[in-house]
Design a protein around this ligand. Structure first.
Ligand SMILES: Cc1ncc(COP(=O)(O)O)c(C=O)c1O
Length: 459
């Protein structure tokens, strides 16, 4: 117990939840016999549940969002000050935090120029899809409307975002889908699809093969995560990204990088793509932009793309006729500005790089001890350990056992994640994404819990 323990009995809250809440990604039958988990309070890297139990949160709010940690009074104050001044006006007008955050963001993204606000990662991605379709309609006579996406990547929950899901279990039962989306192969070398050297180049060449098969004049864009997150923490192999850029330029295919997870510090640079020297045409971001203190998503593009939407003022349909009601909430950019200041003033990008290296090294040490760890991978503070039943054949570990590891860590009051209901047969990667403020002790506590869990579950 500690001074953050809620003083009052909140059993009524649990009953109200059981009676009325529909939780995301949850089979509710279980709540007929166990209590739904209610998280009551957070501070730094720790959260407290309804029973007052303290947990280390190694997944930043479950889905990699609370990058600067919980309980940041300065963000709460920035949001409060903004809300009492002006809480909302539709995006057809500007706002002070909206323009100030856009200016600060663009400073971090050389080559990009324009920010379109909305309120979720799915929505930010759909904006790009609509822009690509409109460019096709206005500038390519309806050609170049197809959008490529990659096996194992994820871009959101709406039907069209799911049309670009490289994770079949996320999409199953939700079709029919939006036409015009075409899959390209993943680039996970541990699960290599081609033999031979220079795997990164080979995996990127597979994109060219798809473009040639579909016909270059049918393909308008490709959407890729810089480091695949929920699809198994896939760090692209050496040579992959430069070759992707070359292919995009060769066939005039716009490059859309989905930074919804990696954006704003998660991998140790402001954006994941900045590790690889590529120049995107679109970048989307959401989760960590304001660390979950307010909802905000951004679709960022170049001035050249933006200019295409001003081409004919006499045509009433020539501009981007999109609306996001809550894109006009000022709390988002107000929180995002303060979030960015914290990352800079507390040197969190360097901390992410250092703590990420420690996490990888701890996981590699665990791999020496536990045969069940087949592969360790990650960038900054997004790391994964793929569990296998057999190192030689790489047969994936039983999904139930992977989930048992997550449950055992939870029983030790350490919240970790695992790929789940994404890839049939391959939901076998533990996922770790603690807040960027993690200390060496936090990292060691997380891997210590995993060590114990692996011993108990796999022996
Ligand atoms: C890479 C990626 N893109 C997009 C999304 C969708 O974001 P949202 O849930 O905010 O719509 C997610 C969510 O996990 C994601 O991981």
């Amino acid at each position: 117990m500690n001074d953050l323990t809620p003083p009052n009995d909140i059993s009524h809250v649990i009953e109200a939840d059981r009676a009325h809440i529909w939780h995301h990604l949850s089979q509710h039958k279980q709540y007929e016999t166990i209590d739904p988990r209610i998280i009551v309070e957070g501070k730094g890297l720790r959260v407290w549940d309804a029973k007052g139990r303290e947990h280390i949160d190694a997944v930043s709010g479950g889905v990699w969002t609370v990058n600067v940690g919980y309980g940041r009074e300065s963000i709460a104050k920035a949001v409060y000050d903004q809300l009492i001044k002006l809480n909302y006006f539709a995006g057809s007008a500007g706002s002070i935090p909206g323009s100030m955050f856009a200016e600060r963001l663009i400073e971090k993204m050389p080559g990009l120029a324009r920010v379109y606000y909305s309120n979720s990662g799915s929505e930010a991605n759909e904006k790009v899809y609509k822009m690509v379709r409109q460019i096709s309609a206005r500038h390519h006579g309806g050609r170049k409307s197809k959008i490529l996406y990659r096996e194992r990547d994820y871009h959101g929950t709406t039907i069209t975002a799911l049309s670009s899901a490289g994770q079949p279990q996320r999409a199953m039962q939700y079709g029919p889908f939006t036409p015009g989306f075409v899959e390209v192969p993943h680039c996970l070398e541990y699960r290599a699809q081609w033999a031979g050297p220079n795997y990164g180049i080979r995996a990127a060449d597979a994109i060219e093969e798809v473009i040639l098969r579909e016909g270059p004049d049918t393909v308008g864009a490709i959407v890729l995560e810089p480091v695949t997150a929920g699809g198994g923490v896939i760090v692209p192999p050496e040579g992959y990204w430069p070759r992707v850029q070359e292919i995009c330029r060769k066939y005039n295919v716009l490059l859309h990088i989905d930074e919804v997870v990696c954006g704003v510090g998660r991998t140790g640079t402001w954006f994941g793509y900045q590790h690889y020297g590529v120049q995107p045409d679109f970048v989307t971001m959401a989760k960590g932009v304001a660390s979950g203190y307010a909802a905000i998503a951004c679709t960022v593009t170049t001035e050249a793309i933006f200019e295409m939407f001003k081409d004919d003022v006499s045509d009433p349909l020539s501009y981007f006729r999109d609306i996001s009601t809550f894109g006009g909430c000022t709390a988002g950019p107000a929180a995002a500005l303060e979030n960015m200041r914290i990352i800079e003033d507390e040197d969190l990008l360097n901390n992410t790089t250092e703590m990420g290296a420690r996490l990888i090294s701890n996981l590699n040490a665990l791999a020496e001890k536990h045969k069940v760890i087949g592969d360790v991978r990650g960038k900054g503070l997004f790391c994964g350990a793929e569990l296998v039943a057999d190192r030689a054949t790489k047969e994936p570990a039983d999904e139930k056992k992977v989930q048992a590891v997550v449950a055992d860590c939870m029983a030790q009051a350490v919240i970790i994640g695992a790929t789940n209901r994404s890839l049939p047969g391959f939901n076998n990667t533990l996922c770790l994404s603690p807040a960027l403020i993690a200390t060496p002790d936090d990292i060691d506590a997380i891997t210590h819990a995993i060590d114990g869990a692996l011993t108990r579950v796999f022996g």
